[in-house]
Design a protein around this ligand. Structure first.
Ligand SMILES: [Zn+2]
Length: 303
């Protein structure tokens, strides 16, 4: 299991810039050697692809080729090359777990070989808004759905489901039912500070609910795929990991609640750098302060 990780997204704005203007990626990327492109089989005909950006899921069988997410325009050709080695098929279905550029930036590369691109309706809206804001071309889904969408390819049934606002307002889980693998997109960032993209419809309280609902709904032995993972932590895991991140957000809400009670200003919360019990989280620390201020606003709105 590779843990090679180069999470690119720092903020929604930076992410939008990166995804909308792929040509500028080379200039923005750190001067490190490029991450290797790695295909990892998981269960039955389902596996993942990692290089840079959100973890990609795939189903490759004699009767179907399905892909979840596309990373960036400069890594997607490596995905396509690997898929072509494994199958002569066109892509029957491409699903976007949500709109962020490290998950949809390669849509245009896969478009010529994809029969359809599927996403939640809010994911498509978010993607459009993002492209308009950046005045850049983007490749939108041609099939959208508000709640659930599923397809049967050979002996595998793939079901996408939106559980409510969480990481954005348009996240879906993708369940490969017979393989019993669930791709979570960015609904789970393994031991890294999760990004709460409020302008795109995210919710801290909602995210707690979504993690609980999914953990209860999927089989106990389901294998989960995470959009991102901190160095030293895998891109796959179990229900325990969902509960772990649920506990992180519950602690965020508790700290915001205590701050409100003590009459602290929201601006103070934005500067918080340590959440007890989650000091070991990696990635972008400002996301903690951001999550705290969003939880603060949510609590205020609830009265
Ligand atoms: Zn994301």
């Amino acid at each position: 299991m590779s843990v090679n990780r180069r999470e690119f997204v720092t903020t929604s704005t930076l992410a939008a810039v990166a995804g909308a203007v792929p040509a500028s990626l080379a200039a923005q990327a750190p001067a490190a050697p490029p991450a290797p492109a790695i295909f990892t089989p998981l269960r039955r005909n389902v596996g993942i692809f990692n290089q840079r950006g959100g973890t990609i899921g795939w189903l490759v069988s004699p009767d179907g080729l399905l892909v979840v997410d596309t990373q960036f325009a400069d890594t997607a050709p490596n995905l396509v090359a690997g898929l072509k080695e494994r199958s002569p098929r066109q892509i029957d279905v491409l699903i976007n777990s949500h709109h962020h550029p490290d998950h949809t930036g390669g849509n245009g590369v896969l478009r010529p070989m994809a029969k359809q691109i599927v996403a939640h309706v809010r994911s498509a809206e978010n993607q459009k808004v993002q492209a308009e804001r950046m005045k850049a071309a983007t490749t939108l889904p041609d099939v959208t759905f508000p709640a659930t969408w599923s397809v049967k390819l050979g002996d595998e049934t793939i079901s996408a489901r939106h559980w409510g606002p969480a990481h954005t307002g348009g996240d879906v889980s993708i369940h490969f039912e017979q393989a019993n693998v669930v791709h979570l997109g960015d609904l789970l960032n393994n031991r890294g500070y999760p990004n709460v993209d409020a302008p795109a419809g995210a919710s801290v309280h909602g995210w707690v609910q979504v993690l609980e609902k999914m953990a209860a709904a999927f089989p106990a032995d389901a294998l989960y795929v995470f959009g991102h993972a901190e160095a030293g932590h895998p891109f796959i895991g179990t229900r325990t990991d969902l509960h772990y991140q649920r506990d992180y957000f519950a602690a965020v809400i508790e700290m915001a609640r205590a701050a409100r009670k003590q009459g602290k200003a929201k601006e103070e919360l934005a500067k918080v750098e340590v959440l007890p019990k989650f000091e070991h989280f990696g990635g972008q620390k400002p996301r903690l302060g951001l999550a705290l201020t969003i939880a603060y606003d949510e609590l205020a709105a609830r009265g």
